[in-house]
Design a protein around this ligand. Sequence first.
Ligand code: GLU
Length: 309
Amino acid sequence: MSDLEAILEETRAAIAPKIGTGKVADYIPALARVDPNKFGIAVVDLEGKVTSLGDAHDPFSIQSISKVFTLTLVLCRHGARLWKRVGREPSGSPFNSIVQLENERGIPRNPFINAGAIVVSDMLLGGGTAAVTVDQITEFIETLAHDPSISVDREVVASEIETGYRNAALANFMRGFGNLENPVDQVLEVYFCQCSIAMSCVQLARSALFLAAGGKDPVTGQQIVSQERARRINALMLSCGHYDASGDFAFRVGLPGKSGVGGGILAVVPNRCVIGVWSPGLNANGNSLVGTLALEHLAAKSGWSVFVG
Ligand code: GLU
């Protein structure tokens, strides 16, 4: 057994009593049906070597983790123009909060809260159709993951459309401020579909490997984004990737990370590896309860942190 396999086994033993705790996201009915006892973790290193255990190959709803990929894609297409329409500050508010938007005149605090990601969806849509835009997002992720089998879970999309009143409110509010350019229903379709992409821990970790390697896919050598851009995406993940618990995640784990209400978390260890973890039960901030504990344990045992002196 390698050192990493031993640490992952130890991590699983440490969090085992907590598996099944937390609350699955029941405001999206399709997510409420997911087995709360699932747990998977995968580490992909810069050679592409996968070390995993548990349900690391099961696809789950990546939800807001998709915001890392859409941010990357919008920066590739529009560069710094994004920052005229979305900020770069932690929100200190829940993921679906509308409170700051009025004071800040329809400019969301960052691209990882729902409002910010909806603006990103609008920019990616850019006058096209939702179906084509969703295909482009999915193909981009497939290219990053080196896996052509990634798809949108249509049952989750239907569930999100049916219950997405708060996201519709955010989108309409921003359209009222002139910060959405496309029809609200089209923008929301892109947003709901990207959130409903299903991926496993292994696929997630593989697809974000470029963020651990200066913007370059370390296995193929393909430059996905510049080194500067990769560094900035990591900075946003660290400061804004866990909503109003981003500071706590930095304190406990010390790695750039992005969570989703499907219970997944993606964490980047620069120059070393990427970690995907999944456990559906959420804590009060909407982040995976066991996933966070597992990353905290793994980071402590491995010494991985961007803050090591
Ligand atoms: N689709 C979810 C929503 O918009 C994403 C939230 C999340 O994963 O944090 O409510």
